[in-house]
Design a protein around this ligand. Structure first.
Ligand code: ZN
Length: 267
């Protein structure tokens, strides 16, 4: 079994707002974490590249210590803070972009961005330096709670806009809030995605469903020692156990909620 840690970041800033604070990482912490990866012989890949290498039919092999670094939502600070640090190490990464939140989305604006977001030009510039731009829905809803028609719209509009504005095919995505269901994953596949990330705080392996790839959360309280234990993957780090149990329990609650809404005719 091949095991690959996939890291999930959000905003990278010393000045998060109340809404981005829970998941924001300080630039100095990201710098320390990336230096650790570099010094410890990790080879970062984009998610698309990893999934291609999981597919044994295409003859591509994996480096000795593969890892994937991902950033959700598309905050402007990815361009100002994260990108220079990634470039210093020559590390690729994947940014999951919510198309309706882009700062110059114009008539396509949708949903409510939590902070200053990337512009299309900044996303394109990142893509030109080896950053993979993946999908993250159009308006950042809880996908598992949407009617199927709205769900399809969210996925297709996001993929269509990213491909049009960035100019490269979009094959990967991450579920907003990590929420998915069998129905959501079916629609994601139909929309043309090959891989999608959730958040279950365990290390990804080639045995996992490629439409429910687990990631490890990195947040403001992740110390460098916790980070080392997580990426070295000797055991599921204790810090993640509580979150894993909560995530699993909540999935049951969410399925029940969607079922009840359907019975009542709301979905
Ligand atoms: Zn998100």
């Amino acid at each position: 079994m091949i095991r690959v840690p996939i890291l999930m970041y959000h905003s990278v800033t010393d000045r998060p707002n109340d809404e981005t604070k829970p998941h924001a990482v300080r630039p100095s912490d990201l710098a320390e974490q990336l230096s650790y990866l570099s010094e410890s012989g990790f080879t970062p890949l984009t998610l698309g590249d990893l999934v291609a290498r999981f597919n044994k039919n295409n003859g591509l092999s994996l480096p000795a210590k593969p890892i994937v670094v991902t950033f959700d939502d598309g905050y402007a600070d990815f361009h100002s803070h994260a990108l220079p640090l990634l470039e210093r190490h020559n590390f690729p990464a994947t940014v999951f972009l919510t198309s309706g939140w882009v700062s110059d989305a114009g008539k396509d604006a949708a949903g409510r961005p939590l902070d200053d977001m990337l512009s299309w030009g900044q996303a394109r510039e990142a893509a030109q330096t080896g950053i993979e731009i993946g999908g993250h829905s159009h308006s950042h809803p809880q996908l598992d709670q949407l009617r199927t028609e709205d769900l399809r719209q969210e996925l297709r509009r996001n993929k269509g806009l990213l491909e049009e504005k960035i100019g490269t095919p979009v094959a990967t995505m991450a579920y907003p809030y990590g929420y998915s269901s069998a129905r959501v994953r079916r629609e994601v596949r139909k929309a043309g995605y090959f891989a999608a990330c959730a958040v279950s705080n365990t290390i990804a392996a080639d045995r996992h469903d490629m439409l429910a790839i687990p990631r490890l959360t990195v947040g403001k309280n992740t110390t460098i020692n916790m980070f080392k234990r997580a990426v070295e993957g000797n055991a599921v780090p204790l810090i993640y156990m509580r979150e894993r149990i909560l995530t699993k329990g909540y999935a049951v609650v969410r399925r029940t909620r969607y079922g009840l809404q359907r019975v009542r005719g709301n979905v």
